[in-house]
Design a protein around this ligand. Sequence first.
Ligand SMILES: NC(=O)c1ccc[n+]([C@@H]2O[C@H](COP(=O)([O-])OP(=O)(O)OC[C@H]3O[C@@H](n4cnc5c(N)ncnc54)[C@H](O)[C@@H]3O)[C@@H](O)[C@H]2O)c1
Length: 368
Amino acid sequence: MIVGIPKELKVAERRVAITPAGVQALVELGHTVLIEAGAGLGSGLQDKSYVQAGAEIRPSSEVWNNSEMILKVKEPITPELDLMHEGQIVFTFLHLATDKNLTQKLMEKRVIGIAYETIQTDKGFLPLLAPMSAIAGRLSIQMGAYCLEAKSGGMGTLLSGVPGVQPAHVVILGGGIVGVNACYIAAGIGAQVSVLDINPQRLAYIDKVTSSKIITLMSNQTNIEEEVMGADLVIGAVLIPGARAPKLISKELVRRMKPGAAIVDVAVDQGGCCETTRPTTHENPTYVEEDIVHYCVTNMPGAVPRTSTFALTNATLPYVLEVANKGYERAIQENPEIARGMNVVKGSISHKVVAESLGLSYTPIERR
Ligand SMILES: NC(=O)c1ccc[n+]([C@@H]2O[C@H](COP(=O)([O-])OP(=O)(O)OC[C@H]3O[C@@H](n4cnc5c(N)ncnc54)[C@H](O)[C@@H]3O)[C@@H](O)[C@H]2O)c1
């Protein structure tokens, strides 16, 4: 198969959809890889490293025109939509459930849109979203440390403390992938950490893997209020799949927090779990409201494109190889995880939840 990787066009997006190791794996299996000049530069990957791995460097139009499968990171934007052709596989983050316009454009183009975020195992795990959550969770503590600095408007507390001075109290709401990764870093740095979740199994897991070094608490109104009011740093890491994040921290509770404390609301991409949350960008990541520093960047992994590129492509490559080796029709017959990734197929929506969210009709793959 001819596999093409264009440079990402979205503003401030520095990730790329393949590493040289991924190119080498495809080429060794007999595939051709066309990559746009400079596509990897934002992640510190030079064209020559792709050439050494066996890729051909081409201008954008040639990558799009000649490729049977396009690998991307972010959902396509207008100039990219114009370059697509019928029957082309576009394998990327799509987030169609909230974007009717993009869905209809992809249907008009009659491409095969496979979404990273809906590839799902039989147990409900989302293997291509998980590495981004791990990054956001780890980064949340780094960003929280920055928010607590005096120059950011914070109370001027060092997360680790020093001998003779208390460390910061970090409260993590949600003990899923973001939450557990935030736990590791916060505990590793020497902060005093509590994590709250509604799932007792998650709490038991965190207790076990951290050898009880972290306080685990059931997430309920009483515990949330008590913990948030005593926190120096709160991390919002809750998720109810497919729904908006629950507003666990009211504006009134924010007012009762310690002045100069910080909230890093990682769940902002699902609306955030705090009433005072509003989305921010890497260019302008924080604001102060009610004396609390808020960090609410919706695409946190974009802050560390190099790590994010490697983490994302480690996870995508097995699926990319399978689609390239078998073609998408056989791949979806043989691998239900890939079948769940199919969002649009030659003019129809093949993902039930996406179709329902948009109020459009759903066509199961087998009836297409
Ligand atoms: N801002 C970003 O760049 C970025 C990046 C990655 C993920 N995210 C977001 O971070 C959030 C968490 O993602 P994840 O991968 O860790 O999800 P996850 O499903 O692994 O974990 C979510 C956890 O929240 C818990 N939860 C649900 N309701 C709760 C409640 N009322 N109180 C306490 N816990 C509750 C669940 O039991 C689960 O353990 C999601 O909203 C995700 O979209 C944002």
